[in-house]
Write a protein that binds this ligand. Structure first.
Ligand SMILES: [Zn+2]
Length: 123
């Protein structure tokens, strides 16, 4: 038997993680048709993550607003700007700007270097 307040078993948390992923996928699909429904999916995903003490997968980290918890689709109700060494994601639902340090984005940085190099060549 499980003691009260202890962590849920791993298999349960694995299922929960899968559900969170499914909910975000649904949110993305539904957004263009019914944005309020996709906001609701984020809410459900968050409830699951709290209940099972799991993190929202990194790949969905930018797909919801940390302030109003609405689903965010880049170019639709959010936009991204690079400001010096930070990524600024603006939520158009509540106008909050989330700031993510750019250092973690090594891949992106490398890509932009390559692009800069390509552009130089073109000129
Ligand atoms: Zn927001």
């Amino acid at each position: 038997m499980l003691a009260r307040g202890s962590k849920k078993p791993k298999w349960m948390r694995d299922i929960a993680k899968e559900r969170v992923d499914i909910l975000f996928n649904l949110a993305m699909k539904e957004f263009s048709k019914n944005s309020s429904r996709s906001h609701r999916y984020v809410e459900l995903a968050r409830n699951i993550s709290k209940k099972y003490n799991i993190k929202i997968p990194k790949k969905w980290n930018r797909s919801y607003c940390k302030t109003c918890y609405n689903f965010l689709l880049l170019g639709e109700n959010s936009n991204v700007r690079l400001v010096s060494s930070e990524v600024h994601i603006k939520c158009h639902e509540c106008n909050n700007v989330m700031i993510i340090p750019y250092k973690k984005e090594k891949k992106l940085k490398r890509r932009s270097k390559i692009n800069a190099y390509i552009n130089k060549k073109k000129n």
